[in-house]
Design a protein around this ligand. Structure first.
Ligand code: FES
Length: 166
């Protein structure tokens, strides 16, 4: 599975290909928002422009192409910035959250994060395991009692008693 390396947090997170970057970050407890975004954000609609991430050093194929909303909203921001809510993860990449907040030793941290290998990850979701259908081993009569093919001791005894009586 693709791995998202969160540089600021020093954390690697696995996700499925095609997962939304914002949703993965929130699920894993990664703080995606600065103060403005914490006070109020659009919930992932691409309207508040508070879920910035910097994906400098990532391949173009790591995330889906910028949406029309991103292109319009990020036109005055660095080219390596994305809106996490608009990006779907396709391959492993390193991400700097809240790039607008600054990060001491950013260049060194990013270089170190990019120097460690990132698994490429598959390009598809895992194939679900098919479950075998189970057929009942015994039949059930309409009254809800389970019938058994083996004769019971009681019926054997009844037959024996019947034969003895003849
Ligand atoms: S959450 Fe509002 S733009 Fe991404």
């Amino acid at each position: 599975m693709p791995v998202i390396r969160f540089v600021r947090e020093g954390q690697d997170v696995e996700c499925y290909p095609g997962e939304n970057l914002r949703e993965v970050a929130l699920r894993e407890g990664i703080e995606l928002y600065g103060l403005k975004g914490k006070l109020g954000n659009c919930g992932g609609c691409g309207q508040c422009i508070t879920c910035f991430v910097d994906v400098e050093g990532a391949s173009d194929a790591a995330l889906t192409a910028p949406t029309a909303v991103e292109v319009q909203k990020l036109r005055r921001r660095p080219q390596s910035w994305r809106l996490a809510c608009q990006a779907l993860v396709q391959q492993s990449l390193a991400v700097v959250t809240r790039p607008q907040a600054g990060l001491a030793d950013r260049e060194a941290l990013l270089a170190e994060a990019l120097s460690r290998p990132l698994p490429a990850g598959p390009l598809a979701w895992p194939t679900p395991v098919e479950q075998e259908s189970e057929e009942p081993e015994t039949s059930t009569d309409p009254a809800g009692e389970t019938a058994s093919a083996a004769p019971t001791a009681t019926s054997d005894e009844a037959n024996a008693d019947g034969q003895q009586g003849r």
